[in-house]
Write a protein that binds this ligand. Sequence first.
Ligand code: ADP
Ligand code: ADP
Ligand code: MG
Length: 478
Amino acid sequence: MIKKVLIANRGEIAVRIIRACRDLHIKSVAIYTKPDEHCLHVKIASEAYCIGNEAIKGYLDAQKIVQIAKECKADAIHPGYGFLSENYEFAKLVEDSGLIFIGPKAEVIKKMGNKNIARELMQKNGIPIVPGTKALNNCSIEEIKEKALKIGYPVILKASGGGGGRGIKEVWSEEKLEESLEHCKKEAKAYFNNDEVFMEKLIENPRHIEFQILADNYGNIIHLCERDCSIQRRHQKIIEIAPSPYLSEHLRKIMGVSAIAAAKAAGYTNAGTVEFLLDDYNRFYFMEMNTRIQVEHAVSEEITGVDLVVRQIRYAAGEILDLEQSDIKPYGFAIEARINAENVWNNFSPTPGLISAYYPALGPSVRVDSHIYKDYVIPPFYDSLIAKLIVKATSYDLAVNKLERALEEFSIEGVKTIIPFLLAIAKSREFRKGFFDTSYVENNMQKLLEKIKNDEKTNKDESIAAISAALNKHLKGE
Ligand code: ADP
Ligand code: ADP
Ligand code: MG
């Protein structure tokens, strides 16, 4: 039995996990650093402890987090996403301290956290992987050039320990290979403290299709269908859809079987995600496994009715998976739009600051997962995700309608957000038709920005027209 959970995270995911604890009548413990003292997760948890003055350091202080968990008599630690969530040493420390780590075993995190090792494991188990190499760090540049020629340009360089879209570099010709390799290694070292990189064939115009896995500690594993995360900017997802509007029932079945085989090969327990790329010919390739709850988990919850965070806690506590694959009957479509505090007009740079007004979208089948509120000040230290808007409807077309409506109603004042950009995507013909791949956003950037400008102009013209009509009436004494 888990009676108290420490949440080793902040922001929207900390709030999401605390809500799951509250739904289960389990006590929750928040941790926070000084700049986060007014954060919502601190306010709604049963208890909260400050873990230092520096904005980020405390959330990465594994020893201190475990110490607090023990002192306050928590039974388990939920790592959320980002921060220590995919750090196997942290998971090991938690396990060794006699606490429950809400996630897979440390050794599984270690295996799957290295994309190179994960690829090897999948290949051994007959799961298709993107054609590519092992780690390149001990190879000469001549050898690497040879490998690239063999794979065939374009290729993609990737950090073995990468995540969050970082440490990825596309290479379209041999002239750029050496420079890109150095760049990729540098980024890998800076972000992940590991400069190991490898190379893959760059799959042109693929879809990103990932399967949500749910498993208990006794070898029972199911999937909760797929999410289409092809709407990305710089390899970072911004809109996610469940199920994919593109996949046929047949493809869903065979990819689902592969996803479960991948999770079984890894010895997976708890919730996780198997990511695939799908090419023009409907060939799919294992890309990586994320050994944690994902940002976009809510869309899977909405179509299946399964609360993933609640299930994470229950299966970590030792409950047996009480769902079979045939119990998962997805209903309708759900779409998530990530609302980032960023200025579209300044190359999507973060826009920290005071939220002077906040009117989240409401109404039937609209869900908002967020930690922000009126008068909250977005600190400059963390990633720019401030809210997730999730809508659902019986068909993809109606879900897109709802997304448009909810984005139009969503109002955040004081800081610039990417809401107008998300709206431009939602209103595009390609999104409506389901005609997009991972390069859609980058390839249509100019068109999307122009759409925002035109919409803003129309809104302005309409409000000017409304003001002059009102003024006219007033002057006429009506
Ligand atoms: P998801 O894979 O759930 O869609 P992202 O890849 O966008 O989400 O990453 C989720 C969060 O975790 C982001 O805040 C990102 O910056 C962070 N993150 C992801 N992978 C890593 C990593 N290996 N190290 C540090 N932070 C990471
Ligand atoms: P991260 O750990 O940062 O999430 P991934 O390996 O999952 O990194 O890749 C992130 C994104 O980069 C993918 O969703 C896809 O858009 C793109 N990508 C990765 N590998 C390839 C590839 N071999 N070919 C084409 N695009 C790729
Ligand atoms: Mg990924």
